[in-house]
Design a protein around this ligand. Structure first.
Ligand code: ADP
Ligand code: MG
Length: 482
């Protein structure tokens, strides 16, 4: 397959649905928080009762504009809503209110790892409800299904890319950056597993050098970044095999099955819906003033790319900067620590090291711990003042997270302050030398790398409290003069 891959160029475009984090629905006052009793988050509007009218939620528009600006889109002065008709049991009205030919955002782009991916448009729409296939064992294929309309009417922003991606890796990078952006600007929690961000991948292949795109298949049901990459890889191979066998790829929607690791046909072009779009008569076209756009622009939070660049200017490697930005909770915490004037280098070592490891182990967020940015900053200042060693800092940071105790208090209570007093260190060095005559002989016989052993013994003796540089110097002097 590898050599065959060289013959073809892959073309990918993504359609991403982001669930907007508003308190209430896009056209109704009911809440749209996840995890409530089925059908408890509804109203006559959500249920599609006759005679009710939709009222547009202004916060949805704010979030749409904000996202568009973050994706370098133009925000046209006018947009409108349209009805998209289709029948499904989870769609009470028999149509979905969406935006068809005049979306809220157009002509944007996103720069991802040196590559520019065009964004055709982003439009607002309402989500449908959810079908729960019940009956025997609650399995699909059972005798009946239940409808939960809590999700119906939840605001979505559908972000449609240009077919600009050329590999599964580029698609994943784009998706990850998009997730970062919506999270940092606070419009979506970006959780693929829970479905608050969903992605349809359009994939086609064409002979290398060709200008004409091949027929695409649309892959649905990818709910993690790794699944997205696997699904695209599978689909590329499937399409190459068809074309190599003299066949033709058909335009269709396919479902990714992450267990069997393959895509299955869901519906072909023949079954494609005719949505019979027409302008939503119950909603006025929306005028978006330039002042409104400007106000949102002026309050734009720092975007992930700017954050990475700022961290790199503080001396972080590109890799470290990316890793910390990927974990928003840690990045926001890091920013608070930086505000205190603490050393970025020491802070990032703690955050990416002991702190990140502990959070991962406990499956919690930094905000679930009792560590405050001020307390970490104080710990860092103790290290910088040589009151404690870096090692001691690593030993107590976990307790600081669990207990919320200040570093200076732990250091005082446990007598952990660093021994920098030369005569005290010398005394311990002498003790270690006296206790290890054999090693001293070997050292004198030329095995100078044993210095590390002696230093280690002193650190052990002092429970890590001795100043390592002082120990090193004093021990060397002592051994060279025995
Ligand atoms: P639809 O509304 O039927 O899904 P669109 O024209 O809006 O169709 O395209 C949807 C997505 O498919 C876009 O992200 C676009 O970039 C992508 N796309 C279009 N043509 C191709 C192609 N030949 N190969 C891969 N992706 C494509
Ligand atoms: Mg599509």
């Amino acid at each position: 397959m590898e050599d065959l891959r060289d013959k073809y160029e892959v073309v990918i475009g993504l359609e991403v649905h982001a669930q907007l984090k508003t308190k209430s629905k896009i056209f109704a006052p009911d809440g749209c928080e996840f995890g409530h009793e089925p059908n408890s988050q509804t109203s006559p509007i959500t249920l599609g009762m006759p005679g009710v009218l939709p009222v547009l939620n202004k916060e949805v528009v704010n979030m749409g504009i904000l996202t568009g600006l973050a994706l370098n889109c133009e925000i046209p002065e006018r947009c409108k809503f349209d009805r998209k008709q289709y029948f499904y049991p989870d769609l009470p009205k028999g149509y979905q209110i969406s935006q068809y030919d005049e979306p809220i955002c157009v002509n944007g782009y996103l720069d991802v790892k040196g590559k520019r991916i065009g964004i055709t448009r982003a439009h607002l729409e309402e989500d449908a409800g959810k079908l729960v296939h019940a009956g025997a064992d609650g399995l699909a294929g059972s005798s009946y299904s239940l409808v939960d309309l809590n999700r119906a009417g939840t605001p979505l922003l559908e972000i449609v890319s240009e077919p600009d991606m050329r590999s599964s890796e580029e698609a994943r990078n784009y998706m990850e950056e998009l997730r970062n952006i919506v999270r940092y600007i606070g419009v979506c929690d970006g959780n693929l597993e829970e479905g608050s961000m969903r992605c349809d991948a359009n994939i086609s292949i064409m002979p290398k050098g060709s200008k004409e795109f091949g027929t695409r298949a649309e892959i649905k049901n990818v709910n993690s970044f790794s699944a997205l990459q696997r699904a695209i890889e599978y689909e590329i191979d499937r399409q190459i095999e068809i074309v190599e066998d003299g066949g033709q790829v058909v335009q269709e929607t396919r479902l990714w099955d992450d267990n069997s690791r393959e895509t299955r046909s869901m519906r072909g072009k023949e079954d494609a819906h005719d949505y019979r779009y027409f302008p939503e008569p119950d909603l006025m076209p929306l005028k978006i003033s330039r002042e409104w756009v400007q106000e949102i622009k002026d309050n734009m939070p720092e975007l992930p790319q700017a954050k990475r660049e700022r961290y790199m200017s503080l001396g972080l490697s590109e890799y470290d900067a990316s890793v910390i930005v990927e974990q928003m909770g840690l990045a926001l915490f890091f920013d608070e620590v930086l505000k205190t004037g603490a050393s970025a280098k020491i802070a990032v070592n703690f955050i990416m090291g002991e702190i990140a490891a502990y959070l991962k182990e406990e499956h919690i967020e930094i905000t679930d711990t009792k560590l405050t940015p001020e307390n970490l900053a104080e710990l860092i200042s103790l290290i910088e003042k040589n009151t404690i060693s870096n090692n001691i800092g690593k030993q107590i940071i976990i307790d600081m997270m669990k207990e919320g105790t200040k570093a200076s208090k732990i250091v005082e209570d446990r007598g952990l302050s660093q021994i920098s007093d030369e005569s005290a260190i010398k005394e311990i060095c002498q003790k270690v030398v006296d206790a290890n005559p054999e090693q001293v002989e070997k050292y004198k016989g030329g095995k100078v790398q044993l210095l590390g052993f002696f230093v280690g013994q002193v650190m052990k003796e002092t429970k890590g409290r001795a100043n390592p540089k002082a120990v090193n110097d004093l021990m060397k002097e002592l051994l060279d003069n025995v």
